[in-house]
Design a protein around this ligand. Structure first.
Ligand code: IPD
Ligand code: CA
Ligand code: CA
Length: 273
């Protein structure tokens, strides 16, 4: 592993520009497939992948490696790619919300995060349908189409609009979030399930949701969104307050004010009766 110094803000500006260029090209690929059609394959019973996922990923990886040939890649469909020993790793979900996309439900995104020495420093999430581009660089704030983002000021779970999601192995495990979902639905003002984790995180950053949790996420679902949320003043953790890991699967992401309340509600064990 190469040793590195922290990237300068000029470096980060270049990385952000690359991420935006890659996300916009991928967004075009997705919209073209949405218009002209695509083949669907099954990774598992309810886990789909389409030509659009693969085409968008191809385009993102090409854009990133032509700008930064010495960097590493972790992308959902292809796994590891690029150089072996760079401190920089791009973490890519070319189509977050594949099930929505495959059904013509227009809520999906492109998610591109950049890690440097294990820390997420750049995040870009693009909703190509609404033309909403969420961006952030560590220490430089979060933006939606260039406008500064702030999390909501909601103070209680009872007044919160929350969002969650379910993993593709929902039928095969009891750790499938249905227990948390039913318990928290009785506490919050509302709970939504949108089908795009990257947009869920970006929407908490924009104050459209007050909190989000999920039990089995992958790094590409979270890498970009957590930079955007933190830079908008939000808080990210696992199911305890301990340090968050991108590779730890559990995520609780809030406006900060309701974080402990949501953690308590998640960790409250169901009444045995
Ligand atoms: C999925 C979405 C969904 C979440 C799932 C993810 P994909 O990603 O983010 O909202 O609930 O856990 O796997 O497969 O559409 O990229
Ligand atoms: Ca995803
Ligand atoms: Ca995906």
């Amino acid at each position: 592993m190469q040793t590195s110094k922290r990237p300068s803000s000029e470096d980060c500006t270049v990385f952000l520009a690359t991420a935006i260029r890659a996300a916009e090209a991928a967004g075009t690929v997705l919209l073209e497939h949405a218009r002209s059609g695509f083949r669907i394959d099954y990774k598992a019973a309810i886990n789909l992948v389409t030509d659009a996922d693969r085409g968008a990923e191809e385009s993102i990886v090409r854009t990133i490696l032509s700008a930064h040939p010495s960097h590493r890649i972790l992308a959902e469909e292809r796994g590891e790619d690029g150089a072996a020993d760079s401190p920089y790793r791009w973490i890519i979900d070319p189509l977050d919300g594949t099930t929505n996309f495959a059904h013509g439900f227009p809520f999906y995104s492109v998610s591109i995060g950049l890690e440097c020495d294990g820390e997420c420093i750049v995040g870009v999430v693009l909703d190509p349908v609404r033309r909403e581009l969420f961006t952030a660089v560590l220490g430089q704030g979060a933006y939606l189409n260039g406008e500064r983002l702030r999390v909501s000021i909601i103070q209680t779970l009872e007044h919160s609009l929350l969002v969650t999601g379910f993993a593709y192995n929902i039928r095969e495990t009891t750790n499938n979030n249905l227990d948390h979902f039913s318990r928290i639905s009785l506490r919050a003002q509302g709970v939504r399930r949108t089908g795009s984790a990257a947009l869920d995180l970006s929407y908490v950053a924009a104050g459209r949701f007050d909190g989000y949790w999920e039990v089995k996420l992958s790094p590409w679902d979270m890498a970009a969104g957590i930079v955007i949320l933190r830079e908008a003043g939000g808080v990210v953790s696992g199911f305890s307050r301990s340090r968050f890991s991108l590779y730890g699967q559990e995520l609780v992401a809030t406006n900060g004010h309701i974080h402990d309340q949501l953690l308590r509600a998640i960790n409250q064990h169901p009444d045995p009766h």
